[in-house]
Design a protein around this ligand. Sequence first.
Ligand code: HC1
Ligand code: SF4
Length: 569
Amino acid sequence: MVKLSIDGRETSASEGSTILDAAAGLGIKIPTLCALKDLNIIGSCRVCLVQVEGEEAPCAACNTPVREGMEVRTDTPQVVAMRRANVEALLDSHRSECTSCARVDTCALRKLAADFAVGESTCDMPAKGAWNEDFPLIRDSSKCIKCMRCVAFCKKVQHCAVWEPSGSGTGASVAVKDGLDISEAGCALCGQCITHCPTGALTARSDIDKVLDALLDPEVMTVVQVAPAVRAAWGEGVKLSREQATPGRMASALRALGFDRVFDTDFAADLTIMEEGSEFLEFVKSDKPRPMFTSCCPGWVRFAKLHHPEIVPQLSSAKSPHQMMGALVKNTLREAAEAGGKKRIFCVSVMPCVAKKYECDVPELSTEGGRDVDAVLTVREFDRMLRMFSVDCAALEETDFDSPLGLSTGAATIFGRTGGVMEAALRTAVSILEGAPASFEACDCTAATPEHPWMEKELSAAGLTVRIAVASGLGNTEKLLNALESGEVAYDFVEIMACPGGCVGGGGQPIRFNRELAKERTAVLDKLDAEDSLRMSHDNPDIQKLYKTCLEKPLSHVAHEWLHTNQEE
Ligand code: HC1
Ligand code: SF4
């Protein structure tokens, strides 16, 4: 351990740790902007300046290692004045259009400018750069403060390396690699660079206008569905506590926006288990190459298609739950819509995800004759609409989702966190194979350790042994794929989620700068699952009814037509 003093207080910190770490240990807050622990400690923003006794120039606390006997001051007027000058310089290089910026409430630069009482810039604002505005990921270079967080996160955590530093000195910036258009650059659309950007330089394309147009059109029946992980996070953007932000209040909030029908993607997650589980039981008896991969995460599917096309034939043919729900809505509600005088159905998905905006546009993922889903809103857009409509969320009574596409089980709820799809599939597969309810503990898939990039387990039922693995985050996924390719490991069924922690940590979730919320949100989903009276997808009575009245059985002809796709197209 290294002994040092900060602001006159003695402390000790581990060898190799930084002044920022040591100060945090004492509860001393130093402002930061570019620092991202273990990923981006380049000290470029100079907002965390501190003065070390005996040294002429101040240094960045985030990338200066502690030294024995060091005396550090974080609180002198000189230090604060230098930080303030640096915030001012950052603001000068930033196009401050706060009133129309999607990040107005969560911009870390705006907060620093307010804290340091930095007024409006007197410099000319940088001009907006050209961008492909149809792509779901939008970059506004004039708001980029060159912190390099996007470069680091995309490369080191998500293994996509879409961004690269460009230029030098005052012309330093960030650009899409090799001067490519973003649509050609291997971006999986996980949205993680958006949630780790301190300003509005990176955002998701807004589809609010499309949804408002549909809500205003008297000839349109508007249907909305909401993903499993949304219930764990939607309250964050409308200032509800975790206790207040219940699924029932969320259903009422969606009704308050004027949607004609409010359904739950969880219902379709139960349906996915029936379809994908049946596909897997056929797969294990076949001699097809191992493993079969889940296909419900579009960030992962896009990553596989762009970076590992050789494994695409091993993706499950099941569409993702929200696309399944869209197909059900479009195919089963037509008569009800016409009876109500509506000419069209417009299906909206509220998702914690940016890649879903791309997924719903892929023609081969839609049922013949039309789109399954017409628009995807991120949770941030959903919360924005609630504020736009002045919905007093805390005062809303709780209501149920509409029937019959609204009832779901705890197995569907945990789809929203890493390991949840696998766990839900195992609960049903083991129960069906053994003819008795599976043990929840035996199916638990949450045992990933920080030392191992993925979790694995072997499970036996009715004489069948299955080796499974679960990974989240595309860097971890890359490691797992490499181990599979080299023969170091072998599995039968693998769940992948593109975002660290799964959809709870999705790129479309509310942003709290420098706070990773995936764990907290996971606890919300696990609690909802534990408290649910139905915890296995095949026990969902409305799913059973759907098969009796409409789909016949899993993998039937009609199920194939509506709920499956050819991933290789
Ligand atoms: Fe997900 Fe899924 S769980 S992909 O993570 O399979 O986005 O929540 O909606 O479709 O159900 C996201 C979440 C979501 C789908 C489901
Ligand atoms: Fe990289 Fe994901 Fe951002 Fe695409 S969305 S640039 S893959 S971090």
